[in-house]
Ligand binder design. Structure first.
Ligand code: PGA
Length: 246
């Protein structure tokens, strides 16, 4: 059945030396039946790959074109050459700060899958949407506009990360009941778009102030298959504890 995945999104943090130390500590963690992925700042990816550590390396960002005049951007081929097997698409910080919309995210999803990368697709509502009670429709629309054009085969190379924006980096966490309700809704939505079997095989991660204190309760939910961890992924002891919370 579906995989347990615990992924660390390091965002724009750490020096090269700190990144090397953290990656080594993460690779030495003893974790059973859980895939460990790190998303370091792109500039450290080649160095970390060359360490040949026992973990998967992902890219926080890429540009969905093969090559050309795209100043400052990095292509998928370049990232693959550096050792990347996972990519993040749709993180709320890229949606809000870098203005990536559902149409552009669809292009990124297509480009990554075409090159056989595994996509972690982030979705999630802001506080005002939750207060209105329209979070399900909001998340469904994100999935509809960026993912649901994929074939049955393609969608199986996607992991979904539900990250309520009001919980990212704020110390606020969705309760396990709120997380489970949304994860179940996402799985049911996948099931009606594809098949129950396909939906049952897709991992749905929770992200948003997941930490060693709340991870056990969140990961105990039947539809929570792991976490996308920001702040707590920067300390190996915390990340280790979260990765061992199943
Ligand atoms: P956080 O970040 O764990 O610091 O809330 C999660 C994320 O942005 O992926």
């Amino acid at each position: 059945m579906r995989k347990h995945i615990v992924a660390g999104n390091w965002k724009m943090n750490l020096s090269e030396q700190e990144a090397i130390e953290l990656a080594k500590e993460v690779a030495e963690m003893r974790v059973e039946n859980t895939e460990i992925v790190i998303f370091p700042p792109a500039i450290f990816i080649p160095t970390l790959s060359k360490l040949n550590l026992n973990l998967k390396i992902g890219a926080q960002n890429f540009f969905p074109k093969d090559n050309g005049a795209f100043t400052g951007e990095i292509s998928i081929n370049q990232l693959k050459e550096a050792g990347v097997t996972y990519v993040l698409v749709g993180h709320s910080e890229r949606r809000t700060i870098l203005k990536e919309d559902n149409t552009f995210l669809k292009e990124k999803v297509n480009a990554a899958l075409e090159k056989n990368l595994h996509v972690v697709f982030c979705c999630g509502e802001e506080l005002a949407i939750r207060e209105q009670g329209t979070e399900n429709e909001f998340v469904k629309n994100q999935l509809n506009e960026s993912l649901f054009h994929l074939t049955q085969e393609q969608i199986q190379n996607v992991t979904i990360a539900y990250e309520p924006i009001w919980a990212i980096g704020t110390g606020l966490t969705a309760s396990s009941a709120q997380a489970e309700a949304m994860h179940l809704f996402i799985r049911e939505t996948l099931s009606s778009k594809y098949t129950t079997e396909i939906a049952a095989g897709i991992s749905i991660l929770y992200g948003g102030s997941c930490n060693p204190t709340n991870a056990k309760e969140l990961f105990a939910c039947p539809n929570v298959d792991g976490g996308l961890i920001g702040g707590a992924a920067l300390k190996s002891a915390d990340f280790n504890s979260i990765a061992n919370s199943f």
